[in-house]
Ligand binder design. Structure first.
Ligand code: FGO
Length: 416
């Protein structure tokens, strides 16, 4: 119990709020005539709680209507369930969706244009907004958008008189030095498409060349070789079970490149003074980070009444206060300019500069391709190639050439 209370305080929850938000929502929706479901991919922790707290606030101001968040597992489980729901003809009013999920759902003409609902999108971060624009029409409301940042161990850097690296070369050189001194690899990464993207983008890579998907470019081979060498040379450690933040404490740790949405998890997991910095890039230039996290979409099949609830909820979610509370509770990037000026946000930033670092990093953002097939490609093809190179020592070029072939077969409809 005591531990739970401490945790609640850490997450910035009002301790006066006795009931779990989940239970409050249950009660709110039990009495409602119109229930708009929101299917999501948050499995727990601060993100799920922060979403539920927003919903409780929204529902309080409704009469006879409510939003009901429905957890569907992780992000990939969520899109699998939505595809099944299309087939069964039973979709929710709203759901979280990656840009590539939107592209896929649009093939089934399943989504409503956000502005046709009447949601005003003024002041929404343009990079996020452009990412959900298809054929000039916006199909999602950027909601929980994250950016990669550099997490680091302040105590370890201090011990070795080291400064936070600002270039890729410095990151590698310092990781080598600290790993030698500590007797173990200090740069930790998950052998997946997310961490790979950081190295790939900052070595000048791009996935689309003249509209064609290229997974085996020379920059991709270079990025994968760098990580493979890192493991070989003993400065990089591949984390193969769970999130990096769940492995903290299992050996010397100095750096990882990870989602800003991991912020509360890192804070909890770190037994050292945790640092958050903008990503190492090239001389005088902050490195690019991968944007992850999702947008909220509204389904065409929802009833007119549900659509009306969705419209009001999306406008509420975009309000400066909602954004300020959600971003500071989680580490997600505030999605509007006005949120940055909100007194709640300003108070948090004054106390904790990490929030400002996250926003600064968000100006150096890259996205993965918004292809309908991308989810399958990033996990089952590219992600698989990365694992083979890192864990099974397969030659990076061979692994990526194979991935390229598999992706081309998938995109040309030969496999599915
Ligand atoms: C996750 C996944 C995609 C796609 C990227 C896509 C599908 C990546 C990456 C694969 O909201 P983000 O930034 O962060 C997540 C948030 C909510 O769960 O908290 C993070 N978390 C959770 C628990 C924990 O202990 N530590 C922690 O950091 C969690 O990662 O999304 C980043 C991780 C992945 O899920 O393994 O986005 N991703 N592009 N997923 N389905 N499709 O196109």
């Amino acid at each position: 119990m005591k531990k739970a209370l401490v945790l609640a305080a850490l997450l910035g929850l009002a301790l006066a709020q006795q009931a779990k938000p989940e239970d409050v929502i249950k009660e709110q929706c039990a009495k409602a005539k119109v229930v708009a479901e929101l299917w999501h991919g948050f499995t727990g922790g601060a993100p799920k709680l922060a979403l539920e707290n927003l919903v409780v606030e929204f529902n309080k101001a409704q009469q006879g209507r409510c939003v009901r968040p429905v957890p569907q597992g992780g992000y990939r489980d969520l899109s699998t369930k939505i595809k099944a729901a299309f087939a069964a003809g039973k979709v929710p009013a709203m759901a979280q969706a990656y840009e590539n999920n939107i592209a896929l759902y649009l093939e089934a003409k399943a989504l409503l244009p956000i502005e046709s609902l009447g949601v005003r999108l003024q002041g929404v971060n343009l990079a996020f907004l452009n990412a959900v624009r298809f054929g000039g029409v916006v199909y999602g409301v950027p909601f929980n958008k994250s950016i990669q940042v550099l997490y680091y161990n302040k105590d370890l850097l201090k011990k070795h008189g080291a400064k936070v690296p600002t270039t890729l070369e410095e990151l590698v050189a310092l990781s080598k030095r600290l790993s030698q001194a500590e007797g173990g690899p200090v740069f930790w990464f998950q052998p997946d498409a997310s961490t790979f993207a950081y190295f790939f983008f900052n070595l000048g890579g791009s996935y689309l060349k003249n509209g064609k998907l290229v997974l085996n470019s020379k920059e991709a081979v270079e990025a994968l070789t760098l990580l493979q060498n890192g493991v070989k040379e003993g400065w990089a450690k591949a984390i193969t079970s769970g999130y990096i933040n769940q492995n903290l404490g299992s050996g010397p740790y100095a750096f990882s490149v990870d989602t800003s949405a991991g912020y509360t998890y890192y804070r909890q997991g770190a037994k050292f003074d945790l640092g958050v910095a903008t990503l190492p890039g090239s001389k005088g230039q902050v490195g690019f980070g991968l944007v992850q996290g999702t947008n909220l979409v509204v389904f065409r099949q929802a009833s007119k009444e549900e659509q009306a609830v969705a419209k009001d909820f999306l406008q509420f979610v975009l309000s400066p206060r909602a954004q300020a509370v959600f971003a500071t509770a989680t580490g997600y990037v505030p999605v509007t300019e006005a949120a940055l000026k909100d007194p709640v946000y300003q108070a948090y930033v004054a106390e904790n500069p990490d929030y400002a670092t996250i926003v600064r990093q968000s100006r150096y953002a890259k996205f993965e391709p918004a292809l309908a097939e991308w989810e399958q490609i990033r996990f089952d093809i590219l992600g698989q190639a990365i694992k083979e190179a890192i864990l099974n020592k397969v030659d990076p070029k061979a692994a990526l050439d194979k991935a390229q072939k598999l992706a081309e077969d998938l995109l040309s409809g030969k496999t599915r």
